[in-house]
Write a protein that binds this ligand. Structure first.
Ligand code: C2E
Ligand code: CA
Ligand code: CA
Ligand code: CA
Length: 276
């Protein structure tokens, strides 16, 4: 049945065009995407707001389907989550990322930590930390070069299990960042307990920061909070020089965004890692 589903969406008819069917087609196509080499890991630099130096990278998954072209992660990550495919795909992303990092190290490139996203479904796996350790150990990369990004909303949904997971990852030598910060409602008392080094301010607060005073207030408050807990702040989605100036004035340490670079394939990301 699996194989029959695979090619179905080349013959798909307009009357089948319901959301559920589209999803099924996407799921079937995604199922074979790894084996057929359609997935790639792109990298986006994290940049120091003052020096302009590249101080980290984030690994972002890309799927190029032979007929559909690039499918947005916003579309296929939820499908991967619901179908459980995210577990297999996530393992693959981590292995690729660690292998790439090892390759850069052996070629003498500057070594900056590289962040990998973990979604809720992945974090629900009982043996996740052991599996992660095995994957990374097999590549020969020391764990301190990998950071994991977990979203703030996962904290609420998973509660104490999320804290336990974070503590295990941290004890294993990995760094942790809290992604999409500001979109969930973390309790401040719990935030203090987390072994997290970085808060990533969601791009929805950065977009209108130059014109919306509320956003400015939120980013400022987040930075004050983060610094009081000895965390650093990364602003996401910085597209303009003006946004950069705002987040710099608000004491954010790092930023990511199209202003500096879009996510790019590893061979293009290399240019950011050259040492003089
Ligand atoms: P995210 O982790 O919050 O990643 C940031 C998203 O913002 C990325 O979208 C990135 O391309 C985009 N972005 C970066 N700079 C800018 C900018 O200046 N302006 C705008 N408008 N957008 C910017 P992308 O790559 O489409 O990924 C979307 C989401 O899919 C990610 O959000 C993450 O939640 C998920 N995702 C991507 N790759 C993976 C993965 O390997 N594993 C898991 N579990 N989730 C992933
Ligand atoms: Ca992220
Ligand atoms: Ca984010
Ligand atoms: Ca997000």
């Amino acid at each position: 049945a699996k194989d029959a589903g695979r090619n179905r969406f080349e013959y798909y008819k307009p009357e089948m065009n319901t959301k559920a069917l589209q999803r099924l087609h996407l799921e079937n196509a995604l199922r074979s995407a790894i084996a057929e080499n359609q997935l790639m890991v792109y990298c986006q630099p994290k940049v120091n707001v003052n020096s302009g130096a590249v101080v980290g990278l984030e690994a972002l998954l890309r799927w190029k389907h032979p007929q559909l072209g690039f499918v947005s992660p916003a579309e296929f990550i939820p499908v991967a989550e619901e179908s459980g495919l995210i577990n297999e795909i996530g393992d693959w992303v981590l292995r690729q990322t660690a292998l790439q990092q090892r390759l850069w190290q052996s070629h003498g490139y500057a070594i900056v930590p590289i962040a990998v996203n973990l979604s809720a479904r992945q974090c629900g796996q009982k043996d996740l930390v052991e599996k992660i350790q095995t994957i990374v150990r097999d590549t020969g990369l020391p764990p301190q070069f990998i950071e994991f990004e977990l979203t703030e909303s996962m904290l609420m949904d998973m509660g104490v299990n999320c804290l336990e997971l974070m503590n295990k990852l941290s004890s294993a030598g990995f760094s942790l960042a809290l992604d999409d910060f500001g979109t969930g409602y973390s309790s401040l008392s719990r935030l203090k307990l987390l072994p997290v080094k970085t808060l990533k301010i969601d791009q929805s607060f950065v977009r209108d920061i130059a014109t919306d005073e509320n956003d400015e207030i939120i980013v400022n408050a987040t930075a004050v909070l983060a610094h009081a807990m000895e965390m650093k702040v990364v602003a996401e989605g910085v597209e303009t020089q003006q946004q950069l100036e705002f987040i710099r004035d608000l004491q954010c340490e790092e930023y990511q965004g199209y202003l500096f670079s879009r996510p790019v394939p590893p061979d293009e990301a290399e240019q950011f890692l050259r040492q003089d």
